[in-house]
Ligand binder design. Structure first.
Ligand code: SF4
Length: 326
């Protein structure tokens, strides 16, 4: 943690600023304020940065870039919105092309108001951000130390916001593979995910009509979560139609991968459908690690379907192994 505090590296992005806040931010690096003497380094590579400093309001072009940069920063990370435009959209908030402040796209930890924000305020914001960074780092170490105490339990609608945040982080590695930030998992909204907790699974229209009156909890989507120290670090969901259980959105926080959490989630969700004789899931054709892991759990590919240019889904299935009777 000492390294973070004594030499925080930050990346600065101009979301659509008038340039006022950018000039003030860069003034922090001039000999007058000279934050480099305090160890602050302005890097151009998000993978080297601890702090993400954003100026300007968010528009459709900058929203994608903000998300892309944010997900490339390693954990733990802190986002600092500099200037009233980045905090709330400022004087541009009602413009047709402005969706609001930075927090309309990613979670913001520190707000530095002002138009333009003064260098002293920006430096204060960075110092405050270091406190948040230290707290997040402590939480992550505690979580990592308790990894053998992971609980695998059902999630409910109140977990939707945390599940969605995890989904956006976990699927970033898939976005990198396909060079596409518009994967369905990354585009899903909170409202849509909340609706998934209520929604009956897709069925043939006639089948749904015929059985709607008999629908009960067993017809709903099942969400599982892996929890450690009260934090959700993995999840998977599934639903059953007749004798097939359809599993999807298997995800583990990148910091906690390769510790058997995905494997355990898969086993647990299969146990949630004792009546299923067959399991089906899908993943991207180039997602070699997912394909490898699924093959190890007995899933075999049976069809491939084009989804978008450069992206095809591979569908995999597995028959339930009956216990050998003695
Ligand atoms: S807060 Fe003021 S100075 Fe900063 S980007 Fe917005 S309009 Fe420009």
């Amino acid at each position: 943690m000492l390294g973070f505090k004594q030499s925080p590296w930050l990346i600065h992005y101009d979301a659509s600023s008038c340039n006022g806040c950018d000039i003030e931010t860069l003034a922090c690096l001039t000999p007058l304020y000279d934050v480099e003497r305090l160890g602050v380094v302005n890097t151009g590579n998000p993978k080297h940065a601890d702090l993400f400093l954003v100026t300007g309001a968010v528009n459709p072009q900058s929203a994608d870039v903000i998300r892309n940069i944010y997900h490339q920063l390693p954990e733990p990370k802190v986002v600092i919105a500099v200037g009233v435009c980045a905090c709330s959209g400022g004087i541009f908030r009602d413009c047709y092309n402005i969706s609001g402040g930075v927090d309309s796209v990613i979670p913001v930890d520190v707000y530095v108001p002002g138009c333009a924000a003064r260098p002293e305020a920006i430096i204060d914001g960075v110092v405050k951000g270091l406190g948040v960074l230290e707290e997040k780092h402590r939480d992550m170490v505690a979580t990592a130390n308790s990894i053998d105490k992971v609980l695998y339990v059902r999630a409910d609608k109140s977990d939707a916001a945390e599940l969605l945040a995890l989904q956006k982080i976990a699927y970033q590695s898939e976005a990198e593979i396909y060079g596409d930030c518009s994967l369905p998992a990354l585009e899903q909204t909170l409202e849509d995910l909340e609706n998934d907790f209520e929604r009956q699974p897709d069925r043939e229209a006639s089948l749904l009509g015929a059985r709607a009156s008999q629908a009960d909890d067993s017809d709903r989507m099942v969400f599982l979560k892996a929890v450690v120290n009260g934090k959700i670090i993995g999840s998977v969901r599934g639903h059953a139609v007749d004798e097939t259980a359809y599993l999807s959105r298997m995800m583990v926080h990148p910091y906690f991968r390769r510790r058997g959490i995905g494997r355990r989630l898969l086993d647990e969700i299969e146990h949630c459908f004792p009546q299923a004789r067959r399991f089906e899931t899908f993943t991207g054709e180039q997602s070699k690690r997912n394909l490898f892991q699924l093959a190890k759990r007995g899933y075999q590919p049976f069809k491939t379907e084009a989804f978008a240019p450069g992206l095809s889904w591979v569908y995999l299935q597995k028959e339930r192994q009956e216990a050998v009777k003695s």
